[in-house]
Design a protein around this ligand. Structure first.
Ligand SMILES: Cc1cc2nc3c(=O)[nH]c(=O)nc-3n(C[C@H](O)[C@H](O)[C@H](O)COP(=O)(O)OP(=O)(O)OC[C@H]3O[C@@H](n4cnc5c(N)ncnc54)[C@H](O)[C@@H]3O)c2cc1C
Length: 386
């Protein structure tokens, strides 16, 4: 085994060990209450895992997306859910790549220590959805500040974050040559903004996911909190998406493996008609097929992560990793709930909880159709459909 393989095996074991302190009952109880897994997030933070991608110069581990995928996959494979905090790993990438040196010095070391949480990114809006460049939230420059008006939806973890990145329009769409221009990224300090022009309203969803609506009512943001150049925000957003796609895909792989572990164990133990249900090919084949698809998707995740870490273009691979991994986790979820029969629907087996959780990835952070549209247009060269 090479040094990288050893490091990866150690990392996987260390994360698995941490996750053993957060068993099924921990996640099940939080799910019932729709409560935030604060203790789990603290443990991950203390262990330094959320600072994986922050360079050592800023106090992080200076590792790559490959290592981050190992961590996130293992959390999901252990039955947990990293959705409560995974964004603390990658949202800072926008600051790291496009922030000023003052912003980086001010924020990154604190983020690396876990003293500051930057794990909310406000992009989606209720009226414009996947058509991001049409978003309506507007930030007007007035002297040394921006004044923000508008509304965002599905902004996850905003209640559990100190800072939030906001994508807002700063030049009206009629005044730009390309609709991707005139959007900017602002760093919003939630600690001082809530109640002063910013309101956060939680949305209860089918799974335990701290997501919210955010309202901006003349919120003032210091002009020095602009990230990079005014008007270039959409480009900065795109820069961060490949990492996000690959990391979420690794969570899907973890979910898929968790479903198959559980379903195979159950299929061997459950005896009906005087034999284990897993002896029937009708039960075996959906599990075997899902397994093949999880393994294939996992290769695409590794491929995309390897390209990303060696600074090569990886848009198609990152998108395919997300598409294939989300499909494979959903297929595994279906095979698992079928294998469990009626018991799959009982809360105490956790299958129904993970089933609800893994369904999200068909829609967020990007829906399957939009990935297919990207592949069709940008990889296969077919005419743009929208
Ligand atoms: C739990 C949760 C957490 C989220 N967290 C965040 C977050 O932290 N920050 C953030 O900014 N956003 C977040 N989102 C939003 C998420 O990114 C969007 O829901 C997603 O991008 C889809 O957008 P939409 O919901 O507006 O769907 P719409 O754009 O309205 O699309 C609805 C359906 O129509 C399909 N569709 C739309 N246009 C086309 C087309 N041209 N061709 C084919 N099909 C099409 C879509 O694929 C989709 O299935 C979150 C969403 C959820 C549910």
């Amino acid at each position: 085994m090479g040094p990288n393989h050893e490091l990866h095996a150690e990392l996987k074991n260390a994360v698995a060990e941490l996750c053993r302190n957060f068993p099924d009952t921990y996640w099940r109880e939080l799910d019932a209450q729709r409560a935030y897994p604060g203790e789990f997030v603290d443990a991950l933070t203390k262990a330094g895992y959320l600072a994986t991608l922050i360079p050592e110069d800023f106090g992080g581990a200076g590792l790559g997306v490959t290592e981050a995928t190992i961590i996130l996959e293992q959390i999901h494979r252990s039955g947990g859910n990293a959705g409560a905090c995974h964004a603390q790993m990658y949202i800072m990438g926008t600051l790291l790549r496009h922030g000023s040196s003052e912003q980086k010095k001010q924020y990154l070391p604190q983020i690396a220590r876990g003293d500051l949480r930057l794990q909310a990114f406000a992009v989606s809006e209720p009226t414009t959805g996947s058509d991001t460049t049409q978003l309506k939230t507007f930030a007007v420059r007035k002297g040394d500040r921006y004044v923000v008006k508008g509304q965002k939806i599905w902004i996850s973890r905003a209640e559990h974050s100190d800072l939030m990145l906001l994508l807002a329009r700063t030049t009206p769409i009629e005044e730009v040559k390309k609709r991707t221009e005139g959007l900017s990224i602002l760093l919003v300090d939630l600690r001082t903004s809530v109640g002063h022009g910013l309101t956060i309203r939680p949305i209860r969803t089918m799974m335990n996911h701290a997501t919210t609506e955010v309202f901006f009512d003349d919120l003032e943001v210091p002009a020095e909190n602009l990230v990079g150049e005014e008007g270039q925000g959409f480009r900065y957003l795109l820069d961060g998406l490949n990492a996000e796609r690959i990391l979420i895909a690794s969570e899907c792989i973890g979910d898929g493996r968790w479903f198959l572990d559980r379903a195979c164990r159950y299929a061997k133990e459950r005896v009906v008609f005087n034999r284990p249900i897993g002896q029937n090919q009708g039960v075996q084949f959906p599990l075997a097929r899902a397994y093949a698809n999880v393994e294939a998707a996992s290769l695409m995740v590794s491929n995309a992560a390897g390209l990303f870490d060696s600074h090569q273009p990886c848009g198609p691979q990152a998108n395919m990793a997300k598409l294939l991994a989300a499909d494979a986790s959903w297929e595994s979820a279906n095979a698992a709930i079928q294998t469990y029969g009626g018991f799959g629907f009982a809360e105490e087996y956790d299958i129904e909880r993970k089933f609800r959780e893994t369904r999200l990835y068909q829609v967020a952070p990007i829906s399957t159709n939009l990935i297919l549209a990207y592949l069709a247009e940008h990889v296969l060269g077919l005419p743009r459909s929208y």
